[in-house]
Design a protein around this ligand. Structure first.
Ligand code: IVH
Length: 708
């Protein structure tokens, strides 16, 4: 074997040739690994080549290739893309579907800021690009990574692929030291058509739409493939910054453009909802000629100081909204109505349709919501679709808006086949045959089978491993179905996931010897499961799949209780409608009676509770890290606002108090630290006096938080 030449001895030309050869070998090895082919080189050899490649790059940085294996997903090829923690969360946008929603957005924004209609408030309006969002982090002008949105907190490192996109510079000048540029990766329509022609002639599946093509091309493990798929990037926002870009959204976008990013020329400043809607209409008219897909218009408060004051809800900013274009429609025949049983036992009717293309996507299912909806009634008993019911065999008009599940807009009674009968909604669970009961005031009929219903168990497990919950690599819906029906390695409830490896060790047929599994994939799965034993409290609460307890409610609960033990003790000892624990629970802003009852019921039910306890035995739930500014005098204090505030709105007061680490409650109790009372404060101020809780006015509060 030839001796490996010392890097110091390499000429530029030799270094270049060696980098090319290393890239080829490493990419091939990587593809072989991911393609589940037998690997051509050992892991140790792979690591050695990868290190050599990185060392040459260190020595000859100018020779680093766009498709460098260094950027090829970290050091462990088996894990797919490396994960990137976003310094600032990547959020989504709230939606407006009508002109009235836009007016309402303006009113809401003004109300939060305490701004009357007489004060001018500017917005930017720009196309909403229908692609995939991407965050680009630059340090000292150099691109250090590009990351997909992922779950908003953690995305995937797609740096090598991002460099293959035109409009993403590797270096920028005169930018802040730290600059995260955010925008949308998309594929132009003509490129999309050409790509699909190539896919078909290569015997591969065409993409359903340009967004899927862009997403699929960005998430290629081989950057060479990304390179062969012409992608573009529009910059429209930013994440972390070491220095502000500008004072307004518009100027900030202009700066991004000056750094060399493509920004959208249809971005315009509007002074009121009329102008916003006017610009929306004009963009909609241009839609067909743009050459790329857009699905609406995004409005943003122009003044960045106001954006800061408005802040964020759990997943969307208060200072922006997406005004969506109307949904696309198509007629087709309804062939069957199936009933799906969800994790909370809800029986959900699904329309199986003769496949039809709606806005470029083939649709074969649509949601039918519940039995009233099928009958032609809304949740308040009023008629919808002119009271027309939906029957098997009907011609129905399907619509889809964005990513939402297609729905049925209308029924053509002229085409209704003779002798059809109204659909009879089942009274029993189709999966476990238990009674399916509809409670008064509930639109949904639910299976009473509880833990004996296999459909509920499987759906609960799928929810448990889903993205916002445990999100275990290699354990998705498909694997859950497989393990649920596995006689030897059964996963019947969440705790079983964490005993899987132990059970596998004492089993005769090991997981690694089964069809579709191998030594590496089994070991990887066990490692991924182990990694999640330490789980953030909010994710743990969400994963339990308790009715009415969604992702943002779970975060509120985790923020409030901090530790699993405290949460569990509080919910277990809480009594519906009475006592301190109940008051504490519904005192959390955002937790209502319905959710509180649902939590208490879940924790009080023998079988469900036992299953939670078995799960907890397997885990080390993490304490919620308190985001408390050290210097804040109100950090950790429970504060209640009451009466009329004069310097800011109640909503803004709450958001600012929370940003300083205070907990804002809507009820006064012995646990309250401080009541801030404005004019007109009534029973809450009286209660505070009675309980000896400190009572201050708004000015004193502002002085206290250093904002007089
Ligand atoms: S601003 C804090 N502007 O739409 C949120 N988003 O549905 C900042 N999108 O996640 C986003 N075009 O991926 C913004 N002009 C635009 C956009 C845009 C497309 C995407 C983005 C976002 C999603 C929300």
């Amino acid at each position: 074997m030839n001796a490996i030449p010392d890097i110091d001895q390499l000429s530029q030309e030799q270094a270049k040739t060696e980098l090319a050869s290393l890239t080829k070998k490493l990419t091939r090895a990587n593809n072989a690994y991911h393609g589940e082919d037998s690997p051509e080189i050992s892991d140790a050899e792979y690591d050695l080549l990868k290190r050599r490649n990185a060392e040459i790059e260190d020595h000859f940085p100018e020779l680093k290739r766009a498709d460098s294996p260094t950027d090829l997903i970290g050091s462990k090829p088996a894990e797919g893309f490396a994960k990137v923690q976003h310094a600032v969360r990547m959020l989504s946008l709230g939606n407006a579907f009508s002109d009235a929603d836009v007016v309402e957005f303006d009113n809401r924004t003004r109300k939060f800021l305490g701004m009357g209609q007489e004060v001018s408030l500017e917005y930017t309006a720009e196309p909403k690009i229908d692609g995939v969002s991407l965050s680009l982090r630059y340090e000292s002008g150099q691109l250090v990574h590009a990351a997909t949105r992922g779950d908003g907190s953690v995305g995937e490192n797609v740096t090598a692929n991002a460099l293959a996109i035109s409009g993403i510079p590797q270096k920028i000048t005169a930018a802040p030291d730290v600059l995260e540029v955010r925008g949308e990766v998309y594929m132009a329509l003509d490129e999309f058509i050409k790509l699909n022609e190539r896919q078909i002639s290569n015997g591969e599946k065409p993409f359903a739409n340009p967004r899927n093509a862009a997403a699929g091309s960005l998430r290629q493990l081989n950057p060479q493939i990304t390179k062969s798929r012409p992608l573009n990037f529009f910059a429209y926002a930013w994440g972390q910054l070491s220095a502000p870009l500008a004072e307004t959204q518009m100027e900030a976008i202009n700066r991004l453009s000056a750094f060399g990013f493509k920004t959208n020329s249809l971005t315009k400043i509007c002074n009121n909802p009329d102008e916003m809607i006017g610009h929306y209409n004009s963009i909609e008219q241009k839609r067909a000629e743009l050459g790329y897909d857009i699905d609406g218009v995004v409005y943003k408060v122009n003044d960045l100081a106001l954006q800061k004051r408005l802040g964020f809800r759990s997943t969307t900013p208060r200072w922006a909204i997406a005004h969506k274009f109307p949904a696309e429609l198509a007629w087709t025949r309804l062939e069957e109505i199936d009933i799906q049983v969800g994790r909370t036992g809800a029986l959900s009717p699904v329309a199986r349709l003769q496949p039809v293309t709606v806005g470029g996507v083939v649709v074969s299912n649509a949601t039918l919501h519940n039995e009233d909806y099928i009958k032609g009634l809304d949740s308040k008993g009023k008629t919808i679709r002119g009271g027309k019911d939906i029957r098997v065999g009907d011609w129905v008009q399907v619509y889809r808006a964005g990513d939402v599940i297609p729905k049925i807009a209308d029924v053509d009674l002229q085409k209704r086949p003779e002798q059809t009968t109204a659909y009879k909604f089942p009274r029993h669970c189709p999966e476990c045959k238990s009674d399916a009961i509809r409670e008064i005031g509930d639109a949904v009929r639910r299976c009473r089978g509880g833990v004996i219903c296999p459909a509920q168990a499987v759906e609960k497990l799928k929810h448990f491993v889903s993205r916002g919950a445990f999100d275990i690599d290699g354990l998705g819906a498909k694997q859950i179905e497989m393990f649920y029906h596995d006689a030897e390695l059964r996963i019947a409830e969440p705790a079983d996931i964490f005993t899987l490896q132990m059970r596998d060790q004492v089993n005769l047929t090991k997981l690694k010897n089964r069809d579709g599994w191998g030594e590496k994939s089994a070991a990887k799965l066990f490692a991924a499961i182990d990694e999640k034993r330490q789980i953030p409290l909010a994710k743990l609460i969400f994963s339990l799949g308790i009715r009415h307890v969604g992702e943002s409610a779970s975060t509120l609960l985790a923020d409030h209780y901090g530790r699993w033990e405290d949460f569990e003790t509080a919910i277990t000892s809480a009594k519906i409608d009475k006592g301190e624990q109940w008051d504490g629970l519904i005192g959390i802003d955002g937790v209502g009676k319905v959710m509180a009852i649902s939590l208490i019921t879940a924790f009080g039910q023998g079988a469900e509770r036992a299953s939670i306890d078995r799960l907890i035995e397997q885990l080390q739930p993490q304490e919620m890290i308190k985001r408390m500014p050290v210097n804040s005098p109100v950090a950790g204090k429970i504060v209640v606002f009451t009466g009329t505030l004069e310097k800011m709105t109640r909503a803004e007061a709450k958001v600012r108090a929370e940003a300083l680490g205070a907990k804002v409650s809507s009820m006064v109790s012995a646990k309250t630290d401080l009541v801030v009372a404005g004019p007109g404060a009534g029973s809450k101020a009286k209660k505070a006096e009675k309980l000896g809780v400190e009572l201050i006015d708004e000015d004193t509060w502002l002085t206290l938080i250093g904002d007089a």
